[in-house]
Design a protein around this ligand. Structure first.
Ligand code: FAD
Length: 495
């Protein structure tokens, strides 16, 4: 029997790997997700929720409603952890809020969704190493055996085997503080409480089903991901003077304030996404959100390259677009981490920054960054929509009323013609890029920057970002189609 082969192997079935698996499968790619866990991991609520842009990305695939129904919409943006909430209720989005939803519940929903899509996930399959050649990558499997793939994406978390095996450096800020996060049973559970000291923020509160969730800073920096109940008890007593009758732990994990960023997101046929590409402290709640948006950005590009429709150089735009986003997240989380610690002078700085952030322009700018709604990829100069997320506007089409995001549900691009019906076509790209004639009353308004001129047409990528804006003719359209969706077939290239 020959070795198992796939066009793309996604290593790691966490949130990033699942969303990437969905993107590739929707695009018709032969992809497999390899997850080392023997079965889906149902414990370990790490992330507490989603930011607005991540909910929008899920809306673009039609799963936003079921995710929102499982959580609690609320205002979640804070730069100063103990300070003012930066309300985005006035942002022009259908989702002007964040969502409180534990990561394990969110992952359950993702698992159901990708099963419906037919994404192939193999549990109990751990990747131990890799070797690549000009045509593909051989993955060495723990326990023996090899799997070959045209491309491999490491979505295998902060300690990524794929990143290390591909020889990609992970420079950044070393850990100074470690914390324990745990789901525990207590005899005397306290009221939800937050404690801030020179080492950072600790918190404790109910998780449901008689369980309590605790996040506790340790007094000394510890390493390793195998903390014990006694480690947790010692840390709780040091912070609160009591262990609240700690009886049992369902799950305990350790994380640190280390902040590291992969030197490159691609080494040949190996790419990185999510925590394998960037880690930072959880303050601000950005890690999972950034990973899901990485997957949306990479998915359609890798699908086109793996199918041979677009050149490999398209993959370089993934790093060019996403690296600056994660770098900004890391800068902001490093600043937030510094602000939650410290002496009276740091407390004064915290208060001063919190005061500034109450000014409307400052609030909008920072909340735009934390919610992800202000992300703009550098696609050159031009209309303010270029490179930004397409708003989910109501449109009228020949098939009836639609929203823009409905047009993206199948992870395909769309050329939205808002001028005279039939005035635009996708020429030799018509097989890849559907054209929809529509009318739209707007309002054309973007988060943070406000009103923008109504365009005559927009080319929207599958990740929801605007790749071209028409102002009445098709100038620049062929270049944009070629850049983002591969060259036109030679026989039909004349345009
Ligand atoms: C206390 C805490 C609170 C947090 N709060 C938030 C928050 O509020 N908001 C937010 O956005 N983020 C938050 N995060 C961060 C968030 O949990 C991570 O960013 C997110 O889980 C990253 O997803 P991922 O899929 O990239 O990686 P992971 O979730 O780490 O998934 C990696 C997967 O790969 C598998 N794997 C690993 N190695 C291999 C291998 N060799 N072969 C096969 N499979 C492998 C693992 O089993 C795992 O399933 C928090 C983190 C912590 C610790």
């Amino acid at each position: 029997m020959g070795i198992e082969e796939h066009s793309v192997a996604v290593v790691g079935g966490g949130p990033t790997g699942m969303v990437l698996g969905a993107e590739l499968t929707l695009a018709g790619v032969d992809a497999v997700v390899l997850e080392r866990g023997a079965e889906p991991d149902r414990v370990g609520a790490r992330s507490g929720g989603l930011h607005a842009r991540t909910i929008e990305v899920l809306d673009q695939r039609g799963v936003g409603d079921r995710v929102v129904a499982a959580g609690r919409p609320m205002q979640v943006n804070r730069f100063v952890t103990t300070g003012t909430t930066l309300d985005i209720g006035d942002f022009p989005s259908r989702r002007p809020y964040g969502l409180a939803l534990w990561q394990n519940r969110f992952e359950e929903i993702l698992r159901d969704w990708i099963a419906e899509l037919g994404v192939r996930v193999i549990y109990g399959r751990e990747v131990a190493g890799l070797a690549q050649d000009a045509a593909g990558v051989d993955l060495a499997l723990a326990g023996g055996g090899t799997l070959r793939a045209g491309y491999v994406v490491g979505c295998d978390g902060g300690r990524s085997t794929v990143r290390k095996a591909a020889g990609i450096d992970f420079p950044g800020l070393a850990a100074t503080v470690s914390s324990l996060v745990a789901e525990i049973e207590l005899d005397e559970p306290p009221e939800p409480t937050v404690h801030s000291d020179e080492r950072g923020v600790s918190g404790i509160g109910p998780l449901g089903d008689g369980l309590t969730r605790a996040v506790v800073c340790e007094r000394e920096l510890r390493d390793g991901d195998d903390p014990t109940l006694e480690d947790l008890r010692a840390a709780m007593v040091a912070v609160w003077g009591t262990d609240f009758g700690l009886r049992a732990g369902r799950w305990i994990s350790r994380f640190t304030d280390a902040s590291r960023h992969a030197a490159t997101y691609r080494a040949g046929r190996v790419l990185l996404a999510g925590d394998s590409a960037h880690i930072h402290p959880p303050v601000g709640g950005q890690g999972l959100n950034t990973g899901i948006q990485d997957a949306a950005n990479l998915g359609f590009k890798l699908a086109l390259v793996a199918a041979g429709t677009a050149p490999e150089s398209l993959l370089d735009s993934y790093e060019a677009e996403r690296h600056p986003v994660a770098a900004r997240v890391q800068r902001n989380t490093a600043a937030m981490t510094a602000l939650v610690r410290g002496d009276e002078r740091t407390a004064a700085l915290r208060e001063a920054i919190d005061e500034i952030l109450q000014l409307d322009e400052a609030r909008r700018a920072m909340a735009g960054a934390l919610s992800g709604l202000d992300i703009r990829y550098d696609l050159g100069d031009g209309h303010p929509l270029l490179g930004r997320r397409m708003p989910d506007l109501d449109i009228a089409t020949a098939d009836g009323p639609r929203t823009v995001f409905e047009l993206l549900h199948r992870a395909r691009p769309v050329l939205l013609n808002l001028g005279a019906a039939g005035a635009l076509d996708a020429g030799p790209w018509a097989d890849r890029v559907p054209v929809v004639d529509a009318t739209c009353d707007g309002p054309w308004e973007l988060p943070v920057i406000g009103a923008v001129p109504a365009p005559a047409a927009v080319l929207v990528r599958p990740d929801g970002h605007v790749a071209w804006v028409g102002t009445g003719d098709d100038s620049g359209l062929a270049d944009a189609l070629d850049r983002w969706f591969g060259p036109a077939a030679p026989s039909t290239a004349a345009r």
